[in-house]
Design a protein. Structure first.
Length: 98
């Protein structure tokens, strides 16, 4: 990448002049490449759990930590996180999905 200052006295005046990309190996992809990857790929079935809808991965981790210490009922999880029952399902399903 080549940059240039439009105003040498002002560091925020930096602009990109030109950019080039280089590769040591061939980067062309052809049908044989695609077929080779396809043939080497194994299909993994999705878990029979609803797709995760939880919006906080930290909370999923925390829930797993709590469940590692002791078993909790859905009602206890709902109360502990001040969830409504729908959210409890989102987070327990997300934990089981991962």
């Amino acid at each position: 990448m080549q940059y240039e200052f439009q105003d040498p006295e002002y560091y925020n005046s930096l602009i990109l002049v030109k950019q080039k990309k280089y590769s040591i190996e061939d980067t062309e992809i052809n049908l044989n490449d695609i077929l080779e990857v396809y043939n080497r790929t194994s299909v993994v079935e999705e878990p029979e759990i609803p797709f995760p809808q939880a919006d906080s991965f930290k909370r999923i981790i925390n829930l797993c930590e709590l469940l590692n210490e002791r078993e909790l009922t859905r009602d206890e999880i709902t109360e502990n996180y001040d969830f409504d029952p729908r959210q409890t399902n989102y987070y327990t399903d997300a934990g089981r999905y991962y």
